[in-house]
Design a protein around this ligand. Sequence first.
Ligand code: AMP
Length: 133
Amino acid sequence: MGNSEEAAAATNVALKDTGAPTIFDKIVKKEIPCTSVYEDDKCLAFKDISPQAPVHIVLIPKERDGLTQLSKAEERHKDILGHLLYVAQLVAKQQGLDEGFRIVINDGAQGCQSVYHLHIHIIGGRMMKWPPG
Ligand code: AMP
């Protein structure tokens, strides 16, 4: 792991789900800008500010509704979770990721989650490695 990756990991471990509004609420409210690539009544997809591949999109539910992280999912979230996964592959196609792509949901400190508003990373445009770091 490089120094910057170590620093990022340490920062993420320090972050916890407090339920406080996140930067993604501000993006949904258009209080801060994003480069949007897809939007419908339930979700919004935009370019990651720190891309880890030629294509790196973040897909979020517009209403967080307690879904700060995947492990907080409840029965009522099944519809939005299914919708997000369906939209993820639409966005991947729209982005031209015909050779494949990776879907990532980081959960909690050890999952290196940094923003506590559930989101799906759609990553592609290069060969992925396995296992992930
Ligand atoms: P995670 O670490 O899984 O919680 O992912 C959060 C992601 O949000 C990271 O990949 C960040 O680069 C990304 N991110 C944070 N702030 C912004 C922003 N203002 N616009 C776009 N992406 C962002």
